[in-house]
Design a protein around this ligand. Structure first.
Ligand SMILES: *[C@@H]1O[C@H](CO)[C@@H](O)[C@H](O)[C@H]1NC(C)=O
Length: 247
């Protein structure tokens, strides 16, 4: 009968839809790139080797991004894109080392808002945010303090959150605190920073002569150590810059 026939036809279509919706991962040997994402786990992928599909794990902490994409082996930091959307999950547990939550990734510092860690195969490298920037956990990069919630303010500015602070023995550079965050400043040409009034003034002062020559690079280096939190500030033009994590 016609009705029975069309009914069984509908069942057959439904059955094939069901097969499609819980289908296995695509066959990498049929893919042009010969590499495909796993359909359940974002940290796994399949490669075609000698006509066989072989499953691989991304390096710990990374998820599959696509052949020749990501930071290594076709894998990337999960937060860099929508690689791992529901219902896909990251299945491998984190392997932590000192400072690294996963073997690969970018992680906040335990004690400092101006530093962070980049981890590559479990080896942590300490990175520094320069120019008064702070590490932003959400962006995984250095950012303006106003974008970094809950971070401690810089100890340089403890005394006066909006005051100026001398920078070592420097006669023309100083820290300007803005809401507790320091920004490196340079006095206008021919003025020197006066440690008593905490302003740029016409020299001479007790400590600073009329500027004649610029400091040697070594003196400049000696003078630019502000304290425990920012060890190595480099401000080529005396202005805070924006440094983004390289990875
Ligand atoms: C990662 O480090 C381990 C030892 O800690 C080493 O055996 C392995 O070869 C390294 N892997 C890569 C990709 O560098």
């Amino acid at each position: 009968m016609a009705v029975g026939r069309s009914w069984s036809y509908a069942v057959a279509i439904l059955a094939s839809l069901a097969v499609v919706s819980c289908a296995q991962t695509d066959d990498p040997c049929k893919a042009k790139s010969r590499v495909v994402a796993d359909d359940k786990y974002c940290d796994k992928y399949w490669e075609c080797e000698n006509g066989q599909a072989v499953q691989y794990d991304c390096p710990n902490g990374l998820v599959f991004a696509g052949k020749h994409r990501g930071v290594t082996e076709g894998c990337d930091y999960p937060w860099r894109s929508n690689y791992c959307e529901y219902p896909k999950v990251q299945i491998n547990p984190p392997i932590g080392t000192e400072h690294c939550d996963w073997l690969y990734g970018i992680f906040g510092h335990e004690t400092s808002c101006t530093r962070y860690w980049t981890c590559w195969n479990g080896t942590a490298t300490e990175q520094l945010c320069i120019g008064g920037l702070l590490y932003n956990e959400n962006a995984h990069s250095c950012d303006w303090p106003e974008n970094v919630d809950g971070c401690q303010k810089h100890p340089l500015c403890n005394e006066d959150p909006n005051g100026n602070v001398p920078l070592g023995k420097s006669c023309n550079r100083y820290w300007q605190c803005q809401g507790g965050y320091p920004r490196l400043q340079r006095c206008p040409a021919m003025l020197v920073f006066d440690r008593r009034s905490l302003r740029c003034v016409v020299p001479p002062t007790d400590e600073c002569e009329i500027p004649t020559t610029t400091l040697s690079p070594q003196e400049e280096e000696e003078n630019s150590r502000p304290g425990q939190q920012q060890k190595r500030p480099e401000y080529p033009d005396g202005q805070p810059g924006r440094q983004r994590a390289r990875n």
